[in-house]
Design a protein around this ligand. Structure first.
Ligand code: MN
Length: 244
């Protein structure tokens, strides 16, 4: 199993989550929200079999941390994973949104010019511009994380080969059902987005992706083992983009 979007650095009990996930054998991408905290996460996951550290610059932090783009550029050779990055039009002035676009555009270009990366992307109320940014970028694998935009932009993303990662909050949302149902099974991935999602009153952890598996198996009308098999094959295909 896998979790393509988890914020390890935001947990008070990081070692417990690290060890629990290692024992469960869940490949987990530990995203970061600013280049200045990447090293912390990189140190935490060093030597772990199932953990990978991702370099990010969250759109909500562009106003305060946009100056770290230079640091992003210098750290990029150290990882094949990028996130959390993207656009968020639910916040900020029009000037800040323009800065978000400039930085996200540069990040995507950097991923491409460095041979391609696995990139997990935030697109709240900005899906149209996010998808437009991903056009003609053949080297990277882009994942729309917790997508809540229009069906038409998701369709367009699908034409570009973009992936969709699904979490437990989406499994509970009727709107999300229609979105997930519109994406071919072979382009679906799992995410927890902990700690921004709660499961049974606690911040979500990678092991909670099993609940998404159960939901997908119902949606797809196949058994849970078959669902796991499909998702494992998807994750292998995702990794093949950067394992060349
Ligand atoms: Mn997140």
């Amino acid at each position: 199993m896998h979790d393509t979007h988890f914020h390890l650095d935001l947990y008070p009990s990081r070692q417990a989550v690290l060890e629990e996930t290692e024992r469960a054998g869940i490949y987990t991408i530990a995203v970061t929200n600013a280049p200045s905290v990447f090293k912390i996460t990189q140190d935490l996951v060093r030597g772990k079999k199932y953990w990978r550290a991702a370099l990010g610059l969250h759109p909500e932090l562009v106003a305060s941390h946009g100056g770290e783009l230079q640091l992003f550029r210098s750290l990029l050779p150290e990882t094949k994973y990028v996130g959390e990055v993207g656009l968020d039009y639910s916040i900020g002035t029009s000037e800040e949104k323009a800065t978000q676009r400039k930085i996200f555009g540069e990040i995507v270009e950097l991923c491409e010019s460095n041979g391609g990366r696995i990139v997990t992307i935030h697109s709240r109320r900005a899906e149209k511009d996010v998808v437009a940014t991903l056009e003609n970028k053949p080297r990277s694998a882009f994942i729309l994380h917790w997508y809540s935009g229009s069906l038409s932009s998701l369709k367009k993303a699908g034409e570009l080969g973009v992936w969709l990662s699904v979490n437990t909050a989406m499994a509970k949302s009727t709107k999300a059902h229609a979105l997930v149902d519109s994406v071919p099974r072979h382009k679906i991935l799992l995410e927890s987005d902990g700690p921004f999602i709660n499961v049974s009153g606690h911040p979500a952890r990678p092991i909670n992706v099993s609940m998404v598996v159960a939901w997908l198996s119902t949606l797809w009308c196949i058994s849970e083992p078959e669902t796991v098999q499909q998702l494992q094959s998807n994750f292998r295909n995702l990794l093949s983009v950067v394992d060349k």
